[in-house]
Design a binder for this molecule. Structure first.
Ligand code: GDP
Length: 344
């Protein structure tokens, strides 16, 4: 809690947690509720329910004790963003929304740019105009991505040159610079968190870690035999999403807005992830994995490993879950899920 907000709980917060690749919206909501915040999630309207990750914390809004509220909105809709910021009057805004799949961004580049890049601009504008008309203080967090470093070799820190390698990453670079620009031009308290890949049992199933742990669970209990993957040589700095949301919050509690890398400083190849995940349940990945060229990307990011020295020194942040613990947590969860599927 920022010093100027102590004693004012619950303060409200506005969190765009839709199309959320790392399930950060659900982890951040849990974290902020534990701090006494009121949390407003802006979610995209869909013909299917897309709120499974929030169901365990959702309380019927008719219940007066409900401190999490969900609203329909979209980063492609400036008027809705403005309406919600003006109605909710948040103290903190976390922009976690995106079309977030790198592979899909090659198929849908316009849409990705609209939601990821221009979407951030729309939300910044909504915040800026709200501040201008009300004189309130609002702090803004922009979810940046290690994908922005792309072809630049590790270790990557806040001074490393961006060289994005996908429409998704190019759009994230634009969102990063919009955020810096609003800080410099309007004095907005706006921070970029450059988060390296962060995973959890709630991770979307088309991202490689979850795709692997889902398959491990299903193969172990006989529901599946093969797993089709693309490039196994890529290296990623994989951390736990639950650790990373604390870093987001810490950024907004500082005296001055700034940009921070959040990473474990440890990296592994997809092949090493396979080794660890299959090995954890006594299986050999080579017996099950087949390469499908469909999953290769037109331009790949080979090697990401962050340096989080600044976050450690300034925010006092450090990851709690290491690579082995992360893989074990995800496999355990997916094994349970597969067992439930088998019973059905
Ligand atoms: P990203 O780092 O944001 O692209 O996260 P992903 O989990 O989507 O991909 C991580 C790495 O795994 C990338 O280098 C992918 O090329 C590689 N990879 C290999 N096979 C697959 C696959 O089947 N699906 C995905 N999503 N990635 C794969």
């Amino acid at each position: 809690m920022r010093p100027d907000r102590r004693g004012e709980m619950p303060s409200s917060i506005f969190c765009t947690a839709f199309r959320d690749r790392e399930a950060d919206g659900s982890y951040l909501t849990e974290f902020l509720l534990s701090k006494g915040y009121e949390v407003h999630g802006i979610i995209r309207r869909s013909s299917n329910f897309n709120t499974q990750r929030l169901e365990h914390i959702y309380i019927d809004p008719h219940n007066s004790s409900a401190r999490m509220k969900l609203h329909y909105g979209d980063l492609s809709d400036a008027s809705a963003l403005r309406k919600w910021v003006d109605t909710i009057c948040p103290d903190e805004v976390y922009n976690l929304g995106a079309q977030s799949h790198v592979g899909v961004s090659f198929e849908n580049p316009d849409y990705t740019a609209d939601v990821v890049a221009t979407g951030a601009l729309r939300l910044l504008e909504a915040v800026r105009t709200h501040i201008e008309t009300t004189g309130r203080q609002v702090r803004y967090y922009q979810a940046g991505s290690s994908e922005m470093y792309g072809a630049t070799p590790p270790p990557q820190d806040e001074d490393t040159k961006f060289h994005p390698r996908s429409p998704y990453a190019v759009s994230k670079v634009a969102a990063h610079w919009y955020t810096v620009n609003y800080r410099e031009a309007y004095g907005l308290f706006a921070c970029n968190g450059i988060l390296f890949n962060h995973e959890s049992p709630r991770r979307g199933e088309n991202f490689v870690t979850r795709k692997i742990t889902r398959a491990v669970g299903r193969i172990k209990i006989g529901l599946q035999k093969k797993l089709f993957l693309g490039n196994l040589k890529a290296s990623r700095d994989w951390g736990f999403a639950g650790d990373y949301v604390e870093a987001m919050w810490l950024m907004l509690q500082q005296e001055k807005p700034d940009d921070y890398v959040v990473a474990t400083e440890d990296s592994h190849t997809v092949e090493e992830f396979l080794e660890e995940a299959f090995g954890y349940v006594g299986l050999k990945w080579r017996d099950h994995v087949q390469i499908d060229p469909r999953y290769f990307r037109p331009s790949e990011v080979d090697n990401l490993r962050g340096s989080a020295a600044k976050a450690k020194a300034v925010l006092g942040w450090a990851p709690k879950v290491n690579f082995k613990q992360l893989v074990a947590m995800m496999v355990d969860s997916d094994l349970e899920k597969a067992k439930r599927e088998k019973v059905l």
